[in-house]
Ligand binder design. Structure first.
Ligand code: GLU
Length: 417
């Protein structure tokens, strides 16, 4: 596998070019949309617990603000790069456009290893990173949220730091906050719930019964863990969960709450009494109705796309499939629910959170969930119908729909000079 295949920005460009060409988007518009609008790199000094000073590198990229403020998470990981953050920012633009919420796309990242950092070090890092990007963000400018290795606590620190600088509490500057600080009901489950909704739509389309459906989930965190929990609750069989250290498998379906308790007690999903251990690879290649990669990028590649065995591939993670794998999956007739649709439930409830913060009026969980479901179902139908009528696969359909909506916004606004 080449470096190029696994470069998320290269993959984003290839998908963009395919959709732009099919849409016959004019050259100038392609030039605008192909590049992020703004990219900020910051160097973040942090005093570590042992008194040493360390300097971390962080990014915030705003791919587009054509349809509204930039929106997107912040991730902390050792392998964060500007190219990755660029790709993730552009996917946020397309994602918000696919589900029709009034945001552009942005993303942030800090190169660090949160596993070896204390809570106090993470707090200092987060506050100083926020201070470094403070002119870039704001409820009307750019609204961060959690992503890999960041969570409600991280968002609370960002909200507090921003509010202290502005001398007023500004809850709407970030989403994914704790409920008692202006967070939304249903936000923690939102991405997983959205995945379940689009999976149910796909099952319905193919006349498959949920209680006879088998699912393999990669990742047991916020997205995969929640989706597994919600799906098993309605009788869908989760036959395997894959994590970095291996797979737990049970052909009759895993008891997901018991598996979560086992992981909480032992630190791993492996050696679960209700299943057998397999390797991570063996898990990925199991025969199943639905494969839900909900962990990281570059899982389904030119090397693995020929070996996976689902009828439906629902991309819970951002960018789990490389552009080179797309053709292989299409030839194998695997029905894809692309990431910019499948995992849009998270940002959709982020939008609800932002609305609630600005109104100062909070909805109950039922209202959040029903509005989320409505948007996910409508967006699924839009993408599938668009694909069928334009004779393109679901991924290209989602990109075409999104590009068209963003291009329309730019045409109406015109170019400020
Ligand atoms: N990080 C999530 C994503 O990739 C959520 C972004 C948000 O809520 O703004 O979609």
């Amino acid at each position: 596998m080449s470096m190029d295949e696994t470069n998320p920005w290269r993959n984003a460009e290839i998908r963009f070019d395919t959709a732009a060409e099919k849409l016959a988007l004019d050259d100038g518009m392609q030039k605008i949309l192909r590049k992020p609008a703004r990219e900020l790199t910051v160097h973040i000094p942090v005093t570590l617990d042992d008194g040493r000073l360390e300097v971390f590198t962080g990014f915030r990229v705003q791919h587009s603000i054509a349809r509204g403020p930039a929106k997107g998470g912040i991730r902390y990981a050792p392998d964060v790069s500007l190219d990755e953050v660029r790709a993730l920012a552009s996917w946020m633009t397309w994602k918000c456009a696919v589900v029709g919420i009034p945001f552009g796309g942005g993303k942030g990242g800090v190169i660090c290893d949160p596993n070896v950092m204390s809570n106090l070090e993470l707090e200092r890092l987060t506050r100083r990173y926020t201070a470094e990007i403070i002119d870039f963000i704001g409820p009307e400018k750019d609204v961060p949220a959690p992503d890999m290795n960041t969570n409600e606590q991280t968002m609370a620190w960002i909200m507090d730091t921003f509010s202290m600088h502005k001398r007023e509490t500004t809850t709407a500057v970030v989403t994914g906050k704790p409920f008692h600080l202006g967070g939304s009901r249903g936000r923690p489950e939102a991405t997983g719930r959205g995945c379940m909704t689009v999976i149910l739509q796909a099952l319905q389309k193919f006349g498959m019964k949920p209680e006879e459906t088998t699912v393999v989930v990669q990742g047991f965190g916020n997205v995969g863990g929640m989706a597994a929990k919600l799906m098993s609750k309605i009788g869908i069989k989760i036959i395997a969960v894959i994590e970095v250290d291996g797979t737990v498998h049970n052909a009759n379906g895993l008891d997901i709450p018991a598996l979560a308790a086992h992981r909480a007690a032992t630190g791993s999903i492996l050696d679960f009494p209700g299943g057998e251990n397999l390797t991570s690879e063996e898990g990925l290649f199991l025969k199943c109705d639905v494969l839900l990669p909900a962990a990281k990028e570059n899982v389904i590649t030119s090397q693995t796309a020929g070996k996976i065995n689902p009828k439906i591939l629902c991309e819970g993670a951002n960018g789990p499939t490389t552009a080179l794998a797309d053709q292989i999956l299409e030839d194998r007739n695997i029905f894809i629910i692309p990431d910019i649709l499948a995992n849009a439930g998270g940002v959709t409830v982020s939008y609800f959170e932002w609305v609630q913060d600005r109104q100062g009026y909070f909805w109950n969980e039922q209202l959040v969930n029903s509005r989320l479901e409505e948007i996910m179902i409508e967006s699924f139908q839009d993408v599938v119908h668009y694909g069928e009528s334009h004779k393109v696969n679901n991924r290209t359909a989602a990109y075409m729909l999104a590009l068209d909506r963003v291009a329309n916004a730019i045409r109406s606004r015109g170019i400020y000079a």
